[in-house]
Design a protein around this ligand. Structure first.
Ligand code: ADP
Ligand code: ZN
Ligand code: ZN
Length: 680
């Protein structure tokens, strides 16, 4: 099977000896030579005559075959996500492997450092009784463990000690640790390395192709004992995988938005399940589990393990709601919030301000004629970036200089509408200009968003500044809410989270709750510091809807209550996790062409297996219908029965491929199926 993108079918080749499944080979395809994997089952249909087959050109015999379990995972994902085995396998292997012949591979292997030491480099702290119980529950579990604990409750320490136990018991065992984002949480990587030393490799998109190949090889050869990585790492070849950890399992970044659109979290569960007979366990950890995982735990399909207290007894932040309807109009920060920030900074504490929009203002507008800055390629506004004097589209990247006057009426008074992180930063610089820190030096404001952290180095630098205490007030997008351990932050504020309460995406409240709880968790992490300061951790939220039930649950730090209420709504509405969904997405030059193709596609589903149990909704334009000059529409499929939906998709997909020449496909650019879609 050549790992080749566009191919739907596996291909047959001949070789003098039988090759074990999983063997990596190089085979001819057209006039090129490509990487292939010897696949366990032969392609469907009659085997072609041996003489008619082209020979395998080269066997990469320096490498052991990919484990059966790896091939099975790829085959499962291909089937489940409706892609070809070849496409999934290709995406699952490191890109640099594709270009290597046997000689090149030998050279790479010779340069590998060899097996790493798993001996603990840093001593592990003694576990609390709750943590101990969690580690034991993981070792004994006969199903996935959902580790539910607030930020700072010691989940990571549980992962590390569960991993250490697995590695000690079996001198070859391997552990896979998945995290949503590696660059945002350098402390976690440092902690894992401090514990497991040279036995750790990372796998994520920030590595160079050569590094990625080296790390992949180390895992495949069993030299790496711990693989720490982002969602792509779920594909690592790990011949002796015995534990999988999925940290922050609710994080949407586990769901890929391209290719097979797989969920690395879900595949981790599948993978561990297949290896259960070998003693492999899987732990999903979160302070705000996805409603899917929470529901599974309620049903007993997952084992719920709780860490109820923050380590060191740090108090959870107190929620302070500010009713925006009672604040001075147009104020970015309510006077009470600004005063609280000033008081804390003057005492030597730090504040964190969350505003989920970068740039200066989301729109530039003309007060005379009502012109607004729209993107010529998308159904979206161009965001005003003041420092760069530019208008930028955050969806397609289109950039234009700020016009001197309104393009419609010539009015020179263009006004920025709404607020972004740049504007908030500017506002704070003015509002805190006369304030001094305890040592008499001026207050420093920092900003962390995709603009100030364009490169991983820039990001590390920003994070280090906050850690060193160089920054007193940090303004940022949701990037700042992730697992950083800023010791002196005592106040966190969400400046304007209301958009998420009424967003068209029905998962938005779930995300907002997770974000606010996680952001709040940045405050008051250091109990000793809090006691010395005599300070109390606070989470401030500015909202026009203080009565919203989400905030009541947030005030109680009551994720179970929030989840119960959300699940009840979902159950009543027949939404996931009580229903299973797939989306068929189409992109075309015109919206009409996209919709017409989707209608044709829907008709193709008639009479197929499972159809009677699956609802096909009418094709609709996507919420953001135009992106980078392409019109987009989608069709939702929903069923209370996953097998029915799967059966329908399996029979339907080949028919969709066969529509290629149909007249209704004119103007269609591409289509894709998204199984278990996250947002739409
Ligand atoms: P989480 O992953 O739930 O946010 P961590 O494992 O990072 O929690 O723990 C929070 C803090 O407490 C960290 O600084 C960690 O080093 C520390 N910690 C965790 N477990 C223990 C323990 N058993 N004894 C002492 N300190 C601990
Ligand atoms: Zn105008
Ligand atoms: Zn655009």
């Amino acid at each position: 099977m050549p790992a080749h993108g566009g191919l739907d079918a596996r291909l047959s080749y001949r070789h003098p000896h039988a090759l074990p499944a999983g063997t990596l080979v190089r085979v001819p395809l057209g006039r090129r030579t490509v990487l292939g994997v010897v696949w366990p089952e032969a392609p469907d249909g009659a085997a072609p005559a041996r003489e008619a087959l082209r020979p395998v050109q080269e066997v990469l015999s320096a490498l052991p075959p990919l484990p059966d379990e790896w091939c099975a995972l790829v085959a499962f994902a291909a089937r489940y996500y409706q892609r070809s085995v070849g496409e999934v396998a290709l995406a699952a292997l490191p890109p640099a492997l594709r270009a290597l012949d046997a000689a090149g591979l030998q050279r790479r292997l010779a340069r590998l450092p060899g097996a790493g030491v798993a001996a603990p480099a840093a001593p592990a702290p003694p576990l609390t009784p709750d943590q101990q119980a969690a580690v034991q529950a993981i070792a004994a579990a006969d199903r996935p463990v959902l580790l539910f604990g607030a930020t700072g409750s010691g989940k990571t320490e549980v992962y590390l000690q569960a991993a250490a136990q697995v590695l000690q018991r079996d001198a070859q065992a391997q552990v896979l640790m998945l995290v949503p984002e590696i660059n945002l949480t350098p402390q976690l990587e440092a902690r894992v390395r401090a514990r497991f030393g040279a036995a750790v490799v990372t796998l994520h998109s920030g590595l160079t192709p050569a590094q990625r190949l080296r790390h992949w090889l180390a895992a495949h050869l069993g030299q790496a004992r711990v693989v720490l990585g982002t969602r792509t790492a779920v594909w690592a070849s790990l011949p002796r995988l015995r534990l999988i950890v999925v940290d922050e399992e609710h994080d949407p970044s586990y769901k890929s938005q391209e290719g097979a659109r797989h969920s690395a979290r879900d595949l981790a569960v599948v993978r561990a399940h297949r290896l259960a007979a070998h003693g492999c366990r899987v732990v999903l950890g979160s302070a705000t589990p996805s409603l899917e995982s929470w529901h599974a735990a309620q049903q007993g399909r997952y084992r719920l393990v709780e860490l109820p207290d923050r380590i060191g007894g740090a108090a959870r932040p107190v929620l302070r709601l500010l009713d925006l309807r009672q604040q001075p109009r147009g104020a970015l920060l309510a006077p009470a919030l600004l005063e609280a920030i000033q008081a804390r900074v003057a005492r030597g504490e730090q504040a964190l301000l969350l505003l989920n929009r970068r740039g200066y203002a989301p729109v530039l507008a003309c007060a005379d004629c009502g012109w607004t800055s729209g993107c010529p390629h998308c159904s979206a506004h161009l965001v005003f970036h003041k420092a760069e004097r530019a208008l930028r589209c955050h969806h397609c990247g289109h950039a234009a200089p700020v016009p001197r006057a309104c393009p419609e009426c010539g009015n020179v008074d263009l006004v920025p509408l709404g607020r972004g992180t740049q504007r908030l930063e500017e506002h704070l610089e003015q509002a805190l200009a006369d304030l001094r820190r305890p040592d008499g030096t001026p207050v420093r404001i920092g900003r962390l968003d995709a603009d100030t952290a364009r490169t991983p180095q820039a990001l590390q630098q920003r994070l280090a500044e906050v850690h060193r205490g160089d920054v007193d007030v940090l303004v940022g997008t949701q990037m700042v809410a992730k697992g950083h351990d800023f010791r002196r932050i005592t106040l966190v504020a969400a400046v304007n989270p209301d958009g998420a309460l009424f967003a068209s995406d029905w998962r938005a409240p779930e995300r907002l709750f997770a974000l606010l709880l996680q952001a709040g968790g940045r405050a008051g992490r250091d109990a000793a510091f809090m006691a010395a300061q005599g300070s109390r951790a606070e989470l401030w939220v500015q909202t026009a809807y203080p009565q919203h039930p989400l905030f009541a649950a947030l005030a109680r730090h009551d994720y179970p209550g929030f989840a119960a209420q959300q699940l009840e709504e979902r159950r009543a509405a027949g939404m996931p996790p009580f229903a299973h969904q797939a989306l068929l997405r189409a992109e075309a030059r015109t919206l009409e062409a996209a919709l017409a193709w989707l209608r044709l596609a829907a008709a193709q589903a008639d009479g197929l297996p499972g159809r009677a149990h699956v609802t096909l909704y009418a094709p609709v334009p996507m919420t953001m219908v135009r992106l980078a000059g392409v019109e987009r529409a989608q069709l939702l499929l929903e069923s209370a029965r996953r097998p029915a939906l799967q059966a329908l998709l399996a029979a339907w997909t080949p028919r969709l491929h066969a529509l290629r020449g149909a007249s209704a496909a004119r103007g269609l650019l591409r289509w894709a199926i998204d199984v278990d879609p996250l947002g739409y």
